[in-house]
Design a protein around this ligand. Structure first.
Ligand code: AP5
Ligand code: MG
Ligand code: ZN
Length: 216
């Protein structure tokens, strides 16, 4: 199964991706997580990406597209993959389509997790993430079992630098201007499915499973 997860910042893409990836046994590829890992390791890509991410802007396509193509060429993507946070521009979507087409492949589903704007700020400011494995928590809606520690790997959870009110508002603007057009793009490609992301995390996951179950 080759799946794209679409949705605004805080929709629950990362949260649902962990469960989908484990149920369908496909790698979870989050461009945001890859950039954050590079920032932590202070690689040249990380230094460049940080300039954009700290301000809530998109990292340029010239850095992002090749990174994803390279990742999709790894052996573990042969049986499918789950893209979280890519594509984010029509240009990225076209590049992905061409890359897959050259290998005789296509996306099976672009799944939009739909969450209205007024839910987002609470979700983002209460979010805590694991810097080691990328797991997402929320101090109210989904706290880790042991306070401050990742359930999956035991690391101390942290707050993301871009999860402050000003940057979240900027990210929402960027989403509306640059990423939202992908909804229409995938509708035209007949690949769009929509799930309401406002219910509890496990209920959203159930809806996702029933959508994905009906695809193949
Ligand atoms: P990225 O890391 O992709 O951030 P994002 O798209 O803004 O999305 P988030 O990770 O913030 O939200 P999410 O949907 O994963 O929500 P989560 O599950 O954590 O990108 C960061 C930056 O990297 C970008 O701004 C850009 O600079 C750069 N970048 C990345 N990809 C790029 C690309 N392709 N091109 C260019 N630049 C790129 O959930 C959020 C919170 O809500 C958590 O606390 C969670 O516990 C809670 N929650 C989740 N679901 C529920 C629920 N159902 N009910 C209650 N709470 C919930
Ligand atoms: Mg995420
Ligand atoms: Zn972890």
């Amino acid at each position: 199964m080759k799946i794209i997860l679409l949705g605004p910042p805080g929709a629950g893409k990362g949260t649902q991706a962990k469960s989908i990836s484990s149920k369908y046994d496909i790698p979870h590829i989050s461009t945001g997580d890859i950039f954050r890992k590079n920032i932590t390791e202070k690689t040249p890509l990380g230094v460049e990406a940080k300039r954009y991410m700290d301000n809530g802007q998109l990292v340029p396509d010239s850095l992002t597209i090749d990174l994803v193509k390279d990742r999709l060429s790894h052996e573990d993507c042969k049986g499918g993959f789950l893209l979280d946070g890519f594509p984010r521009t029509v240009n990225q979507a076209e590049a992905l389509k061409n890359f897959l087409r050259n290998n005789g492949e296509n996306i099976d589903c672009a799944l939009l997790i739909d969450v209205p704007r007024d839910f987002i700020l609470d979700r983002m400011t209460g979010r805590r993430v694991c810097p080691a494995c990328g797991a997402s928590y929320h101090i109210k809606f989904n706290p880790p079992t042991n306070e401050g520690k990742c359930d999956l790997c035991g690391q101390d959870v942290i707050q993301r630098k871009d999860d402050n009110e000003a940057t979240v508002n900027e990210r929402l603007e960027v989403y509306e201007n640059q990423t939202q057009p992908l909804i229409e793009y995938y509708e035209k490609e007949n690949l769009l499915k929509v799930v309401q992301g406002t219910k509890a995390i496990n209920e959203v996951f159930e809806s996702i499973c029933s959508i994905l179950g009906s695809i193949k």
